[in-house]
Write a protein that binds this ligand. Structure first.
Ligand code: CAA
Length: 247
């Protein structure tokens, strides 16, 4: 059987890079997307190549439907049909609600939630027609519990799981699983950008394991969800947060 093809949005980012490399290590062909504003994508691909990873990389503004459509069409023409979609791309614009502007709200909702529609729409029919597929939506502990300074981000991340549950119902009989994973605070740039005093005084003390999570720990869960053994996991929201929040 040909190796399954996975597409990881934001696949060059902190978490995305580890997801992509671990999926390649696990035997998948991996396409990564990156923001069209990223001017160092070629360098990233070359660096990965020298490390033994042959990634295909495509620019894609996940907030823009037409950009997603042409990205996936190019992948289909040049590489193949996508079997696994990891909706990983995401941004933060953290600030208290009283300071938040409409633009801060819109950019986070478009990038973190509309993106899930924009990308899944391009691959869902093909997965159903072929009778196999995996859609994995990377949400956040803060979509489940809320977070100070994240009304926009928490709303988008909570919305992802509503999408997951409904689409899972629609495609479950067709060999396609749709799941959410909700990582806690992982040691990536997004988290280390939090002011150190807030991280040390307000966040780490709330994590019973006593540390940030590792990107590899998230990638391991995604690889499990892609496996044949995970065919019965559908419409789930899997928490992976060091005990910070137990729903
Ligand atoms: N819980 C409780 N109180 C908090 C708080 C928190 N997490 N964070 C800040 N505060 C308090 C401060 O102690 C301060 O209190 P006092 O006025 O009594 O001294 C007050 O809020 C500051 O309020 P401001 O409106 O002035 O806030 P600010 O503009 O200085 O900064 C903020 C607010 C940008 C939200 C900043 O606190 C921050 O960056 N917090 C972290 C937000 C966060 O957790 N982001 C997650 C990013 S990682 C991620 O998103 C990945 C993932 O999925 C987990």
């Amino acid at each position: 059987m040909a190796k399954r093809l996975a597409l990881v949005t934001g696949g060059m980012g902190g978490l995305g890079e580890t997801i992509s490399t671990k999926m390649a290590d696990a035997g998948y062909r991996v396409v990564v997307t990156y923001s069209p504003s990223n001017k160092t994508a070629d360098k990233w691909v070359a660096g990965m190549k020298s490390g033994g990873y042959d990634f295909h990389a495509y620019p894609c503004d996940v907030a823009d439907y037409d950009s997603c459509r042409s990205c996936v069409a190019n992948v289909a023409n040049e590489i193949g049909q996508i079997d696994i979609l990891v909706n990983n791309a995401g941004i933060t614009r953290d600030m208290t609600f009283r300071k938040m502007t409409k633009a801060d709200w819109d950019v986070v909702l478009h990038t973190n939630l509309d993106s899930v529609f924009n990308m899944t729409k391009q691959v869902c029919d093909g997965m159903v027609d072929r009778g196999w597929g995996r859609v994995i939506n990377v949400s956040s502990v803060n979509g489940s519990k809320g977070a100070f300074g994240q009304t926009n981000y928490s709303a988008a991340k909570a919305g992802m799981h509503g999408f997951t549950k409904s689409l899972a119902l629609e495609v479950a009989k067709k060999g396609v699983t749709v799941n959410t994973i909700s990582p806690g605070y992982i040691g990536t740039k997004m988290v280390t950008a939090i002011p150190k005093e807030i991280l040390d005084s307000k966040i780490i003390p709330q994590i019973p394991v006593g540390r940030l999570g590792k990107p590899e720990e998230i990638a391991g869960l995604i690889i499990y969800l892609c496996s044949e053994e995970a065919a019965f996991v559908n419409g789930a929201n899997i928490a992976i947060n060091g005990g910070q929040h137990m729903a």
